[in-house]
Design a binder for this molecule. Sequence first.
Ligand code: NAD
Ligand code: IPM
Ligand code: MN
Length: 347
Amino acid sequence: MKIAVFAGDGIGPEVTHEAVRVLQALDLPGLELAEADVGGVAYKRHGHPLPPETLAVARASDAILFGAVGDPDCDNLERHLRPEQAILGLRKELGLFANLRPAKVFGGLEDFSALRPEVAGAIDLLIVRELNGDVYFGEKGIRTLPDGRRQGWDMMSYAEDEVRRIAHVAFRAAMTRGNRLCSVDKANVLETSQVWRDVMIEVAREYPAVELTHMYVDNAAMQLVRSPGQFDVVVTGNLFGDILSDQASMCVGSIGLLASASLGEGTFGLYEPIHGSAPDIAGKGLANPMATILSAAMLLRHSLGLEAEAARIEAAVAKALADGIRGGDLGGSHGTAAIGDAVLERL
Ligand code: NAD
Ligand code: IPM
Ligand code: MN
């Protein structure tokens, strides 16, 4: 079992370190970890945010544990050299088109939520975000119009096969949960979304047990804070899924709690917290590593088939929270290492 560990920038190394300690504590026979540089740190050391050596380590592994990329020093580089291209490149190069972002309130911890506890208590949803298409990967540019004005442009598109494969992932996920799937789009304005919606309806015929509904993304943003308990599985495009999942994190309590799995056709996957490199708190030992620890649990479940070990990690995190272990993101005073220690003790 080979796990590639790509810690990246900012708080990435800090939170990844704690997740690696948790993995190592499980004493899994045959587990090998291989580290490599990604993001701003890779650009600074090797001249590219996703060096060929890093991609080779990724390809030789069964799964990737990823921290975060993004460095304010790099924000003015040419786009293809920016740290964020590392994660976009890994998702695309490795065919990781399905991003699972579960959001569930930890029992008894409804007060964490930015919402009223009785509203938050019902949250148990899964966002299935398409990860290889949309405006993220279309042609883009900055051009000068004949009258001299600068114009930025980005091509948004979804081909039907791209929608179909994420639809199947979402329908199958719904069948393991509450059999309800809400497809979020902007079909009232965008042709991209019209194709998205049409294909969702076509694929639904193969899943008669699942109830498919549709919601415009503006309404979905509103409903997510009005009554998040109405959602079971949400399937949406790359851009809308990016935005709605950050919003969902505050409905649960903090962006420091939400994990994710990025999957392709097989068991190979990339696992990362949904948050970024948090330059504002980097290097201070303040970041909450729970989202990364929970991502490691998803890695064990989805790529290595170790359900019992995954559940053990999740229970240890839930117990730590229930026992009052809180990072600054949850109004507490526990630092990154203290949270890691607390999870390890409960493991
Ligand atoms: P961010 O998620 O890094 O941070 C947003 C806010 O949440 C900040 O105040 C930060 O301190 C806080 N926060 C995030 N994670 C936390 C944690 N684990 N514990 C405590 N607080 C936490 O988003 P941003 O500030 O918009 O982006 C910063 C950089 O990260 C940018 O370069 C961006 O492109 C990048 N980014 C990368 C990824 C990724 O690698 N997958 C994801 C999102 C953003
Ligand atoms: C995420 C991030 C990335 C995205 C960025 C860093 C490219 O925000 O993983 O949610 O937009 O997908
Ligand atoms: Mn994001």
